[in-house]
Design a protein around this ligand. Structure first.
Ligand code: ADP
Length: 455
């Protein structure tokens, strides 16, 4: 089973497939080449033999062959040399038959000679000797001519043997080279696979794939893989951090609540005066925790709620009326009336509330809060500024992180969980908007949320 699996994966490997395909291609090319060489050579030899035979018949036609003596004379002159390939049999009009030099023995077997199936003027005798055959008639006499083509035949045979040997040698060397090439070609992929295997085996969150310089495709895949790996590690790291932060944030108030419950248990009967204070603490801490958990759920879900075209200016005005009772600072507004935005109403209200509540929290009661809603050409700009504590340059980078609270806010004992701005940023991102924080002159901070207008 395992062997079969291995065999299958070997068969499917690019190394194997490349080798097989290239070897087949090489074989086809070499066979075609060899076949063409042999075919062209055979054709040439056939044509030249045919020409030779035609030359003889032409000479025969033009020669003076009136009688038997002249025929014998002709045959003696043109066909009797040792190197002459011609064998001629002449049947005279009188019925008499004469032969050229040595032709008689060959013509004796003429009836038992075989024809080549596609070229009927190539004949074979029982010894395997090949001949080209043609006839000619003149003045009542007929001449049968055989041209000995053994030499040509041997030449073709030698070429055939040579090309076969060459084909085998080239195929052997070629397939070894192709296999090596395929091996080299697929090595980066195999190495990559091994490295990925190692990476997934180790528990450590370290190590990346080696990025080879070539081939380009493997380089790109390794780079993308490394990118993905980094993103995944970062997100895992963030998740881990999130869980740690949440448990840390919840542990302190929970411990305090337990402390107060213990206190009531131990001393409640004898000193009932501790009860209201502890109950008040438990009440305010559990409320804070409820708000925090709700906000965390918004962050955790990260999903986009159904949105509709909202009259931003109206929603903002309504919320200001609601918030006004809780805010002691003076609120200065500049609100364009006809500002509309496609957004979910709960999300919009949360963005507005978090920013305005922060401005109120971090500004003394004699300070001011400025609220602007402007319809710009490319965007809708919502701005909340205050004359409060302000934010240092280092904190500007950090306040959007979950649970981050600037030291000044912690030490000044302003209540909060550090997730308000993280939520605002998350929501703004969902609508492809941006948020930035600047200093407010002469004092305080300015938050600007920009929603792009869909075209
Ligand atoms: P929280 O207000 O619950 O602490 P946020 O995420 O809303 O959490 O804010 C994070 C931190 O950013 C705050 O702790 C505070 O230090 C700082 N911050 C936010 N808004 C303001 C503001 N208007 N003025 C000064 N500091 C601010």
């Amino acid at each position: 089973m395992k062997n079969k699996k291995r065999q299958n994966s070997w068969r499917n490997s690019s190394r194997h497939q490349l080798s097989v395909r290239f070897t087949l291609l090489l074989s086809a090319a070499i066979l075609l080449l060899s076949f063409s060489i042999v075919a062209v050579l055979t054709r040439e030899l056939y044509d030249s033999t045919k020409n030779q035979a035609e030359m003889l018949t032409e000479t025969m036609e033009n020669a003076d062959t009136e009688n038997q003596a002249k025929w014998l004379d002709f045959l003696e002159t043109y066909t009797s040399g040792d190197s002459s390939p011609y064998l001629v049999r002449v049947t005279l009009s009188s019925g008499e038959v004469i032969f050229s030099h040595e032709a008689k023995t060959v013509f004796n077997h003429f009836s038992s000679m075989k024809q080549l199936f596609f070229l009927d003027n190539i004949l074979w005798d029982s010894d395997g000797d090949p001949y080209f055959y043609t006839t000619m008639a003149k003045d009542g006499a007929t001449a049968a001519i055989l041209v000995d083509i053994e030499d040509q035949f041997e030449l073709i045979q030698s070429v055939l043997i040579l090309t076969s040997i060459l084909t085998i040698v080239i195929l052997l060397i070629g397939s070894i080279l192709i296999y090596r090439f395929a091996n080299v070609f697929s090595r980066p992929l195999r190495l990559m696979n091994e490295e990925i295997g190692e990476l997934s085996r180790t528990e450590e969150q370290e190590g990346v794939l080696t990025v080879p310089n070539s081939p380009q495709e493997v380089k790109y895949v390794s780079e993308s893989f490394n990118d993905l790996l980094m993103k995944q590690r970062n997100s895992m790291e963030r998740e881990k951090q999130f869980v740690t932060d949440v448990s840390h944030e919840l542990r302190t108030p929970l411990a305090a609540i337990r402390g107060h419950v213990d206190l009531i248990n131990r001393r409640g009967t004898k000193h009932p005066e501790v009860i209201p204070k502890s109950i008040h603490y438990i009440d305010s801490e559990s409320r804070r925790m409820t708000v925090m958990v709700e906000q965390l759920l918004v962050l955790g879900r990260g999903e986009q709620k159904a949105s509709s075209m909202l009259h931003f200016s109206a929603v903002l005005q309504l919320m200001l009326d609601e918030l006004q009772v809780m805010i002691q600072q003076e609120i200065v507004t500049e609100i364009d009336e006809q500002v509309y935005l496609e957004i979910n109403e709960d999300n919009l209200r949360q963005i507005i509330r978090n920013l305005i509540e922060n401005a109120a929290k971090y500004t003394t009661i004699d300070g001011k809060i400025f609220i602007r809603l402007l319809q710009k050409k490319e965007s809708v700009d919502f701005e909340v500024a205050d004359t409060g504590l302000g934010i240092t340059e280092e904190d500007k980078e950090l306040i959007f992180n979950r649970f981050y609270r600037a030291d000044r806010s912690r030490s000044s004992r302003i209540s909060g969980s550090g997730v308000g701005l993280a939520i605002v940023q998350e929501l703004v991102k969902q609508y492809h908007g941006s948020i930035e924080v600047l200093d407010n002159a002469p004092q305080g901070s300015r938050f600007i949320v920009r929603f792009p207008i869909k075209k």
